[in-house]
Write a protein that binds this ligand. Sequence first.
Ligand code: ZN
Length: 455
Amino acid sequence: MKYTCWGAAKQVTGSMHLLELDSGYKILVDCGIDYEDKDNKTINSHFQFNPKDIDVLLLTHAHIDHSGNIPNLVKQGFQGEIICTEPTAFLLDKLWIDSVNIQNNNFNRRKTARLYGFKEVKEANEQLLTVNFNQKFTLNSEVSCTFHEAGHIIGAASIRLEVTEENSIKTIGFTGDLGNPGSKLIVDPEPMQGLNYLITETTYGNRQHKEKRSPEDVLIEYVTKTCVDQEGRLIIPAFSVGRTQAILFTLKKLFNTGILPPIRVFADSPLALASSNIHNRFSDYLNDEAKNNMLVDGSLFDFKSLYLVEDKSDVEDMELYRDSCIIVSSAGMLEGGRIQHHISDHIQNPSCTILIAGFCSPGTLGAQLLEGRSMIRVKGNDKYVYAKIDQTDVFSAHPDTDGLQDYFEATHTDQLTKIFFVHGEEESMYELKSLLSDDLQKKVVIPSKGESFQL
Ligand SMILES: [Zn+2]
């Protein structure tokens, strides 16, 4: 069989991997949006293979850099099943609709290309087929697949394939995005076993998580300093799926146990609210702490001082609120979304802290703030930065260098012949490779985009 890396090659977004069996059967693993194609006119609009030829799509998780181009694949003729877990299927619908709205908005403002519309989202939804974790699923007489917990976001999977060709069985594992062991709400990653080939993410290949304290301790510090001592505002830009839920769940615990006074929390992202509901519905997929909490409270995120911003009147209420508060809003890197209003309104307020809860790609507004710039441009205006800017990696949804190495050790056997590094920056991949044992290093391959390998 032949493996071709069609996306997330020496970069973090646009995951897309093609397996072509000798029989002609074609499996695509993930079909994500490439963020480097900002106007959607090149990489995202043109597939390097014929979508009509793909027999099945296996999807690791719902994040848009893994799933966001699926409706476009459907638009261009893909008719096969899209196989994923149930929480992923529910998240997809929300994320794809959000994506259509963003594309329409950008089309009107910046003349970027529209990849698909609501019609293709509906069609893609109809092609979804959900599977359970740890249950082998037969695709045809020569291929079966099993979804394993990746521990990255709710429903995220690593996918192990068993392919029978010429009377021998070969096993290929796609990690998808892995999680950080010990994360809030999410279970730990389950390393795939008995692999001949591993295709692995390397997002934080050369980075160690700095924060050694618990999420509770980190939030106690920031909330106390900003909201209690200074009577100011704590603004936390966070991704809608995963990060926001981890933050709200932690805050709930701190308020309900009386560790923090009941400060008003505004959750300002419609997508995050939808995602929170999906977490409640599929709490069986979460870790023991979350499951126990669900049993006791019947909801993971409800607490008295939480204010969900859903419609215009909620926005008005929030804008009229003058006391100290916590605002959790998307997007995580501060590019677009409602967070930009909050940044614009509060960036010149010295008693406000903006706590960036994740990685910000170079060039994004989040990265500009972290560089320590004294002035930024937001919502069309230049503004001086008087708010305190800080960052925490305590809610990270990816393993760091040590976590990745632990995963490789747990997966590694003599029968593992190649480890393909994908979904990371090139420099970070080489650094990670240099840290591995000689035995593992010899097996590492760093594919370029479009490069094929006979497995
Ligand atoms: Zn992801």
